[in-house]
Design a protein around this ligand. Structure first.
Ligand SMILES: [Zn+2]
Length: 437
């Protein structure tokens, strides 16, 4: 395993030089520290970014036991002006954000201790209040380093652009004690790089939509090591966990380079959003990373089938039927979904143009995409080794609903993906009948 931790610190200080272009970036986060233990360093890390401020340490009952109270005691012993708030029923919703703003309104800076819910709520609340915040993580995930918060409004999750953390701190000996399923979910939410990149690059090649290699150049330093060490992630091996934590942080930073989530969120995330929005009582209470995991397997299967074929797909104009959309999404959402899909839909002229390009350039197009794609078998076995669920059945998600999610996810956003290629050629229905489920 090669130690690429210097890349992350160079990124934070703005010293990382992009190979090929020589460019340097200001990524807007002041500190990312990943260590086997941060015991004894808590007060120093907080003082570095929030010196002299009235601080509230916010955790939930579990993360307070695991780490939050330790941080509170360390800041207190250091003479810092600190309070502790243990949030009994955390929820990253409009109400949850309101609750945290109210309950901690007298502080000048917030320290979040936790993972998705606590971090995203504190991030968004602090953005609205124009206050600084930093986070001590209790599991690996992308959310600590992003400039977005995922908050649910009336049951619908929205990803909102906002100011991110000043500092993100990772004590690996604490993270190693988090539930194993969170580690597997983090692995899935990073390895989806392969399907997101194929989709995003394909859209760029076919329609000249904006695209950049930078987030992938950064992820590539660690990806092979991560695949090779997939089985060590769950064993408590701190070096393997440190690598997953680092690559998750880099995945999150991908959103900060160009203010878009495209680099790590294409069709596999649209399938996850569909599950979140429409699974209703078929919802297995799966986490974001778990849903992204099974959707990444589905998208990889689809991309590998299309790109390993010497025969290009034969494109037809997109069939967008208002009655079908009403049946699927109901009157409130059908128009929104029609509008999103219309932005990327193929009319007959566009379908013809695509077929002409495929006829003359298919070998070139598919080899460019194959070059960034993990082979399906390699992806699938790495995910198995990392303890990820790989099918709807393993996730205890109703199989027919999952087929519906795969055929319907293309309507959710205007991002062009392999779902559009397949649906506008052979049709997604036939694929979903035969896919591993
Ligand atoms: Zn994700």
């Amino acid at each position: 395993m090669t130690d690429h931790s210097g890349i992350l610190s160079d990124l934070v200080t703005g010293d990382w030089v992009e190979p090929g272009t020589g460019k340097q970036y200001d990524i807007g986060i002041k500190d990312i520290i990943i260590k086997e233990s941060l015991d004894g360093l808590e007060a120093e890390l907080v003082a570095k970014h929030h010196k002299g401020k009235a601080i509230t340490v916010i955790s939930d009952p579990y993360t307070n036991d695991a780490l939050g109270h330790r941080i509170y005691k360390a800041l207190k012993a250091d003479g810092q002006n600190v309070k502790e708030y243990v949030w009994d029923k955390p929820s990253c919703s409009e109400d949850g954000v309101k609750h945290i703003r109210e309950a901690t309104r007298n502080c000048e800076a917030r320290i979040a201790v936790g993972s998705g819910t606590v971090n995203d709520t504190v991030k968004y609340a602090s953005f609205l209040d124009e206050r600084d915040y930093s986070v001590f993580a209790t599991s690996p995930m992308n959310a600590y380093s992003t400039g977005t918060a995922s908050v649910s409004f009336d049951g619908f999750k929205k990803s909102i652009s906002c100011r991110g953390a000043q500092g993100a701190f990772f004590d690996l000996s604490i993270i190693a004690q988090c539930p194993k399923r969170l580690i597997s979910a983090a692995f899935a939410d990073v390895i989806c790089r392969t399907t997101a990149q194929v989709d995003w690059l394909m859209s760029h090649i076919l329609f000249d939509t904006p695209y950049t290699d930078t987030p992938y150049t950064l992820l590539a330093y660690d990806e092979q090591d991560m695949v090779d060490n997939a089985s060590n992630m769950l064993s408590g091996d701190l070096a393997a966990l440190g690598m997953l934590t680092r690559i998750s942080a880099i995945m999150g930073l991908g959103t900060r380079f160009f203010n878009t989530t495209h680099s790590g969120s294409m069709a596999e995330h649209m399938i996850s959003h569909y599950i979140d929005m429409f699974a209703g009582d078929k919802h297995p209470r799966s986490s974001h990373g778990e849903q992204v995991g099974i959707a990444t397997i589905t998208m990889s299967n689809l991309q590998n089938q299309i790109l390993c074929s010497e025969t290009p797909p034969l494109m037809r104009p997109t069939q967008l039927d208002k009655n079908d959309m009403l049946k699927r999404f109901g009157p409130n959402l059908a128009d929104t979904m029609m509008a999103e899909t219309s932005k990327k839909a193929l009319d007959s002229a566009k379908a013809d143009a695509l077929n002409k390009r495929f006829d003359s350039q298919w070998e070139d197009i598919r080899s460019r995409l194959q070059a960034v794609m993990l082979p399906y078998e390699k992806l699938s076995s790495a995910m198995r080794d990392a303890g990820c669920q790989r099918t709807a059945t393993e996730l205890k998600l109703d199989n027919d609903f999952y087929r519906e999610a795969v055929t319907g996810a293309r309507y959710i956003r205007d991002r062009f993906s392999m779902l559009d290629i397949v649906d506008d050629s052979v049709g997604l229905r036939s694929f979903t009948q035969d896919m591993p489920i």
